[in-house]
Design a protein around this ligand. Structure first.
Ligand SMILES: C[S@@+](CC[C@H](N)C(=O)[O-])C[C@H]1O[C@@H](n2cnc3c(N)ncnc32)[C@H](O)[C@@H]1O
Length: 208
C-alpha cells in the first residue's frame, strides 16, 4: 500500500486508512468524512471486486452507449469508471457524492485514467445542481439507506431525468418494499427487476 496512507489508530488495529500525502485535497472533508470514506474504501477496493462485476451490474441496470448518466453516492468510484466506459465517448457520467473525501478520491481516479466523459461532483442527492430533463439514466447503488428524506431525493431524480429516463436501484431493501417506496409519490413505476437491481421508469405529469 502507498506509504501516504496511515492508520488512524495503529495501537488498536487498523480501523481506517487516510491519505496524508501533501497533494491530497481533503480541505473540505471533516475527520468523520475521512474515516467514513476510509472504511467504505477498504471494503470496496479490497473486497468488492472479488464478488461484484461492475460491468455486468451496470449493463443489467440499463446503462447504454451514448447516455447521459447520473451516479448518486459514488463512494470510492467502484462503478464510476466502468459506467464511463460503457457510456462511451458520446455519453457522459456525473458521479455525485456528499462526502468531499469520496469526490476527491474519484477525481484523482478519473485524472489517472484520462477519461474525458466523466466528472465527480460534491452535492447532495436532493439538490444535484443538474439541469432539468438532462439525464437518461440514474443509478443509486448502495445508497438508499443513507437518505434522510427519500421523497426529496426521488423528486430531484424525477426532475433531472428525461421523459424516457430510468432510475436503477440496488439496495438491501427487499424488492417489493423498494418498489412501494419508490412508487409511493406517483413519480416512478417499476419497469423490471433483474437480479439485485430494480429499474423504474419515470412517470409524466399525467401519471403515465
Ligand atoms: C455505501 S457507499 C456506496 C458507494 C457506491 N455507490 C457503491 O455501491 O460502490 C454510499 C455513498 O453514498 C454517499 N451518500 C450518502 N448520502 C448521500 C446523499 N444524500 N447525497 C449524495 N451522496 C450520498 C456516501 O457519502 C457514500 O460515499
Amino acid at each position: 500500500m502507498d506509504e501516504s496512507y496511515q492508520s488512524l489508530r495503529p495501537e488498536s488495529g487498523i480501523i481506517a486508512m487516510i491519505n496524508t500525502s501533501p497533494e491530497a485535497n481533503f480541505a473540505r472533508a471533516t475527520k468523520y468524512d475521512q474515516v467514513h470514506f476510509g472504511v467504505i474504501r477498504i471494503v470496496h477496493e479490497c473486497l468488492y471486486g472479488h464478488f461484484v462485476d461492475p460491468y455486468r451490474l451496470l449493463t443489467q441496470a440499463g446503462i447504454r452507449d451514448g447516455q447521459q448518466v447520473l451516479e448518486v453516492g459514488c463512494g470510492p468510484g467502484f462503478f464510476t469508471l466502468p459506467a464511463a466506459k460503457i457510456a462511451g465517448e458520446t455519453g457522459y457520467v456525473y458521479a455525485l457524492d456528499i462526502n468531499p473525501a469520496a469526490v476527491e478520491h474519484v477525481r484523482r481516479k478519473i485524472t489517472r485514467t484520462g477519461l474525458g466523459n466523466v466528472e465527480a461532483r460534491l452535492a447532495d442527492a436532493s439538490e444535484t445542481g443538474l439541469p432539468s430533463q438532462s439525464i437518461d439514466m440514474v443509478f443509486l447503488f448502495g445508497v438508499m439507506q443513507a437518505f434522510k428524506d427519500v421523497s426529496k431525493v426521488l423528486r430531484e431524480m424525477h426532475r433531472v431525468l428525461r421523459t424516457t429516463g430510468t432510475l436503477s436501484i440496488r439496495s438491501g431493501v427487499p424488492a417489493d418494499k423498494l418498489a412501494q417506496i419508490v412508487s409511493a409519490d406517483g413519480l416512478f413505476a417499476i419497469r423490471e427487476r433483474t437480479r439485485g437491481v430494480s429499474i423504474f421508469k419515470k412517470k409524466d405529469a399525467d401519471g403515465l
